[in-house]
Write a protein that binds this ligand. Structure first.
Ligand code: AMP
Length: 402
């Protein structure tokens, strides 16, 4: 079966067409700056594993419908395409950010499912509308092919009440759905399952802490293959320090800022989401720039780096206790995969957790999954490149062939 994976953001749309027999990527691409005159459209075809043919077609992309039209045209294109008709596509898998607690599993799209996705919009007003637009344009342009929605929150739905409830009046949960949901679920599941496989075990035989460090950062405590706690909350603002997001702060800070700066809650929300985190401390949010400055001895860059790693260590300690027995820690996403210095700052000196970092393995660069702990380390440490598209495709296939 061939599965088309669509990840529609507010101004971008990424796609991959996968052949599920051997889980290979046949084609992939990206449309950026949707709604802009300077839209960017890139399509790649992979005739075999080590060869790619790339085509870039820039120009205005007025809306998501135009972006989806580009996808359909390119995958069928006589020169750059990989199929002759869209009827060859067995299913379309869509990424959606927030499934609230309505969705405990990926969902086969019908009118009722679309109606529930509409209900989730207040929980993720920036993200969920584009997910829904992705589904609707796919239904319009690629008719008669089933659509499945895979939510970022679903993997975390196994958290027990003690982990997902906030200690606030319970009616805020029952009436307003205020609770911890967690995000990056597709990534955490992929990495936890892969780490188990790499250790020669089944997911249900392992306890793993997954550490997703990209533009957004989150961690999950995965016990016997199921998430029991995660660092993000009602929204992706909670938990770790991120590029521009604060992560955890004392909630009273908000009222304090409102009173002393005269800011509205909306302005404070922007402050915590866009002006905080690494950027708030040292003015930069890309980890590569921060390293460049830190290497020159810049105090604030060093401080930001220190704070970033310290917060992750605190969550590691907490989740090791939550899990009881820890088998592995697995890093993924832009920083997690590429930044040996950050991994070393996090994992060095963690004998108390049974983690012994192998310095040589840690600095080795590769796009492959790799062990970075010593052979004698009681707890293994892994780097596992993220592959959310493959996970979405797998989950889409599983919905159709349970
Ligand atoms: P992602 O959201 O997974 O695409 O990750 C994006 C982030 O990864 C960027 O903001 C960078 O800070 C970080 N990143 C990417 N490459 C590197 C690298 N070689 N070293 C350190 N950080 C990196």
């Amino acid at each position: 079966m061939k599965i088309l994976v669509i990840n529609a953001g507010s101004s971008s749309l990424k796609y991959q067409l996968l052949h599920m027999e051997d889980e290979t990527v046949m084609a992939s691409g990206l449309v950026e700056r949707i709604g802009d005159l300077t839209g960017k459209k890139i399509h790649k075809k992979f005739p075999d594993t080590d060869r790619e043919i790339r085509v870039e077609k820039n120009g205005e992309v007025p809306d998501h419908r135009a972006a989806m039209r580009f996808v359909v045209e390119m995958i069928k294109d006589p020169e750059y395409g990989v199929i002759s008709t869209v009827a060859e596509i067995g299913a379309i898998g869509h990424r959606a950010v927030h499934g609230g607690d309505w969705f405990k599993a990926p969902a086969l799209v019908d009118d009722a499912v679309k109606e529930i996705i509409r209900k989730t919009i207040p929980l993720a007003p920036l993200h969920n509308p584009s997910g829904l637009i992705g589904v609707e344009t796919a239904q319009e342009l690629i008719p008669d092919v089933p659509n499945v929605v895979v939510f970022d929150t679903v993997f975390h739905q196994t958290m027990p009440e003690k982990a997902f409830l906030y200690a606030v009046p319970l009616n805020l949960y029952t009436e307003l759905k205020v609770r911890r949901y967690g995000f990056h679920g597709t990534s955490h599941k992929y990495v936890a399952d892969k780490a188990a496989l790499l250790m020669g075990k089944k997911p249900k035989e392992t306890n793993i802490i997954t550490v997703h460090l990209g533009n957004g950062c989150s961690m999950a405590a995965v016990k016997k293959g199921e998430c029991v706690d995660t660092s993000m909350g009602l929204t992706p603002l909670a938990g770790l320090m991120m590029g521009t997001r604060s992560g955890d702060v004392d909630p009273a800070v908000l009222a304090h800022i409102a009173e002393h700066r005269g800011m509205s809650m909306k302005e404070i929300d922007v402050l915590l989401n866009k002006e905080s985190g690494l950027k708030g401390i040292c003015g930069m949010n890309d980890m590569r720039d921060i390293h460049e400055k830190a290497d020159q001895g810049d105090r604030l860059a060093l401080l930001a780096l220190d704070m970033f790693c310290y917060r992750i260590q605190k969550y590691l300690g907490a989740y090791a206790v939550v899990l009881g027995r820890l088998d592995a820690v697995a890093f993924t996403a832009g920083i997690g995969e590429n930044d040996a210095v950050v991994r070393s700052m996090i994992l060095s000196g963690l004998d108390c957790l049974g983690i012994e970092l192998d310095k040589e393995r840690n600095i080795g660069r590769s796009k492959e999954d790799r062990l970075i702990s010593t052979d004698t380390s009681r707890v293994q440490a892994w780097v596992i490149p993220a592959n959310e598209e493959l996970q979405i495709a797998r989950e889409t296939a599983a919905v159709l062939n349970p």
